[in-house]
Write a protein that binds this ligand. Sequence first.
Ligand SMILES: Nc1nc2c(ncn2[C@@H]2O[C@H](COP(=O)(O)OP(=O)(O)OP(=O)(O)O)[C@@H](O)[C@H]2O)c(=O)[nH]1
Ligand SMILES: [Mg+2]
Length: 249
Amino acid sequence: MDTLALAEGVKRGEVRAVSRLITLLENQDQLGMAVLQRLGASPWNAAVIGITGYPGAGKSTLIDQLATAYRRQGKKVGILAVDTSSPVTGGALLGDRIRMQDHAGDAGVYIRSMATRGHHGGLARATHDAVQVLNAAGYDIILVETVGVGQDEVDVAKVAQTLVAVVAPGLGDEVQAMKAGLFEVAHIIAVNKGDREGADMTLHDLKEWVPRVIRTVAVKGEGIPELLEAISEHQRIVDLQDHPSSRPR
Ligand SMILES: Nc1nc2c(ncn2[C@@H]2O[C@H](COP(=O)(O)OP(=O)(O)OP(=O)(O)O)[C@@H](O)[C@H]2O)c(=O)[nH]1
Ligand SMILES: [Mg+2]
């Protein structure tokens, strides 16, 4: 296949072309890089939202809810589940796919797992590339799920314009996350499993540290409208900052 045909396929939003190109890029294939270069001129349209947090905090469940909400708004949604600590979370990613099967028959939702290949930093680059591909393919919203808060994850999280940190009450997550500096890079904190004991305390503690803290119960869809609102509020700031007229002369 030549670069032109693959690039055109991606621009038409063909899922097979999108998947093929992302695989090529994960493998740092020359053809893939040539196609990406060709796509480089695509105007930027996508909102890239990172969802990060410790295993089991409810990231996938939240993403599932967000995807449903964005679909209702008629937006095309791409989901990248980034597995920085494979093979430990390999099973969890498979679980994600099963949980997200509600979207399986929906051509407006693309779900893709990204796994570690090659040396340090390779995954961050591959994720960055995949985001470019999804933007070129016309996805309006790109949700990037990453596990944990190590350096790799923070690198991956940097592809997102808006970063949501998910913590669950009672696990000491918030203490760990604070130590790791997650709250310094996150724009919004979702205290998920808000139905659990200790949620009030966690909310109260976190509000002293970070401006935007939202209680969610992902399994019931509670707090999702508030989370959506916080995300779009932040996206408006991103737009303003990126707008050429707002740059200093
Ligand atoms: N009680 C309660 N359970 C929840 C809530 N959100 C998610 N869960 C459950 O928590 C478990 C983990 O949820 P996931 O969405 O897979 O969490 P995750 O952060 O994506 O997990 P990994 O991908 O393995 O890191 C599942 O059994 C969910 O059903 C919630 O708001 N309340
Ligand atoms: Mg998950």
